[in-house]
Ligand binder design. Structure first.
Ligand SMILES: [Cu+2]
Length: 468
């Protein structure tokens, strides 16, 4: 209840506060939050401030990959959550609101906070409520924030993390571009690439077997028109975080060397000339480099199957003048003839002399060709690799049509095909094989792993080759 007296007090207080402001009381401002890959602008003021951060948690269905959806739990409606930038010494007033449509309570643990749970203890918020707490940003550096509501792993696995940068009083050197990148994994019930809305799979998360490892919350978030950009001669700084929940990132940019690394997101430029920097789960790194030549630089987790089979692939497009001194491009493309070129061609003569091959010899040679050429993709027992390389064992596609199979091996194959009820949409390269090798390897394949038992002749291969 407000009495006359308290009103008077309030008026007096605001008068004094007003004077204090003019005499150097900390200014108040609202933090500008940005969505990846955008970084909030450099803080130019040279004094401490009171910074208000307003952040909402919500749960929403979004795209994880083309045709694949997931119910993300988010800060600010995105994965990663928005990036926050404050200055060392600032007092941060944090308002965390949980959208009424949420099913879960959420909170926030900012690794930049000195205090219980990094703020988690004071920010548990049920749907339709807001929590307020304050902290002083006494340590500069780049920090992960994440939800820490039980089960913590699940809240993180569903997308609840982002970066807060506490800009040092002496800010890092000026650069031309700054970008915000966060790596993380997703544990979907369906295998990588399985279409439709995917559930979270707790067992895969416990086993640390993600189906997706991505930058900025989804596959392709930094590719094509969404690639980050720079011009030749510019300096680039990447603020890189790792939300985990489990994996450590071997962060690397193909085609660049990090001139400077602030290891683990600390504020000392403690490393020069680094190829790959390790980013712990729940950690970060700041990397800087100058781009000297045009082209596409590729951001990867150099645990490389994650990149080519699970999604941790991004791109920095550098535009500008060629710089032949730094990188020449291909200067020559010449024939390479080891041992005087003896192995270069399959001599016609030998092929003729060996026309009457016994079945035994055909199978023996076919096995050799298979192990040397095909096994790398179709695997030792012809079982293939799920959703990447189709099986050759008991393969309906192979057994249904011999001439088609020969053409596949002679000319290569791309586009969608269905093998044993599973769709594949990949590329089999055109292989450099003699007609004899193709005949033998296919005969070998047809006579193993419960296949149709056909024999493929050199003449049949010749005909298939002429067909294109
Ligand atoms: Cu949460």
């Amino acid at each position: 209840m407000r009495t006359k007296n308290t009103v008077l007090h309030a008026a007096l207080f605001s008068l004094i506060a007003g004077i204090a402001m003019q005499c150097g009381e900390a200014p108040v401002e609202t933090a500008k939050l940005t969505y990846a890959p955008e970084v909030p602008p450099v803080i130019e003021r040279s004094r401490e401030a009171r910074v208000i951060v307003n952040l909402e948690t919500n749960e929403q269905v979004g795209r994880l990959a083309d045709g694949v959806e997931y119910t993300f739990w988010t800060f600010g409606g995105s994965v990663p959550g928005p990036m926050i930038r404050v200055r060392e010494g600032d007092t941060v007033e944090f308002n965390l609101s949980n959208h009424p449509s949420s099913k879960m309570p959420h909170n926030i643990d900012l690794h930049a906070v000195t205090g219980p749970g990094g703020g988690a203890a004071s920010s548990l918020t049920v749907p339709g409520r807001s929590s307020k707490f304050e902290f002083k940003a006494i340590n500069a550096g780049l920090y992960i924030y994440h939800c820490a509501t039980a089960p913590v792993g699940m809240h993180i696995a569903n997308g609840m993390y982002g970066l807060i940068y506490v800009q040092p009083k002496d800010e890092l050197p000026k650069v031309d571009r700054e970008y915000y990148v966060v790596q993380s994994e997703f544990y979907t019930s369906g295998k990588h690439g399985k279409n439709g809305l995917q559930d979270f799979d707790m067992q895969k998360a416990i086993d640390e077997h993600p189906e997706y490892v991505v930058f900025n919350g989804s596959m392709g978030s930094l590719l094509e028109e969404k690639a980050i950009k720079a011009k030749v001669g510019e300096t680039v700084r990447l603020f890189v975080g790792n939300g985990g929940p489990n994996l450590v990132s071997s962060f690397h940019v193909i085609g660049e060397i990090f001139d400077t690394v602030y290891t683990e997101g600390g504020t000392i430029a403690n490393q020069k000339n680094v190829q790959t920097t390790l980013i712990p789960a729940g950690g970060s790194a700041i990397v800087e480099f100058k781009v000297e030549a045009p082209g596409s630089l590729i951001l990867v987790d150099h645990s490389i199957f994650r990149t080519f089979n699970k999604g941790s692939l991004g791109m920095l497009k550098v535009e500008g003048e060629e710089n032949k001194e730094i990188y020449s491009g291909k200067i020559e493309d010449t024939v390479y003839l080891p041992e005087g070129g003896a192995i270069q061609k399959m001599p016609e003569k030998t092929a003729k002399a060996e026309e009457n091959w016994t079945k035994e010899k055909i199978l023996e040679n076919g096995a050799q060709v298979y192990n040397k050429v095909c096994k790398a993709c179709h695997m030792g027992e012809g079982q293939g690799v799920p959703s990447v390389f189709p099986p050759l064992a008991k393969a309906d596609y192979l057994n249904a049509n011999k001439n088609r199979a020969i053409e596949v091996v002679v000319h290569g194959l791309q586009g969608e095909i269905t093998v044993n009820g599973t769709k594949y949409n990949s590329v089999m390269p055109e292989l450099e094989l003699s007609d004899r090798d193709v005949a033998n390897v296919l005969t070998y394949v047809y006579n193993n792993w419960s296949n149709a038992g056909h024999t493929v002749t050199v003449d049949e291969v010749k005909r298939a080759r002429a067909k294109k």
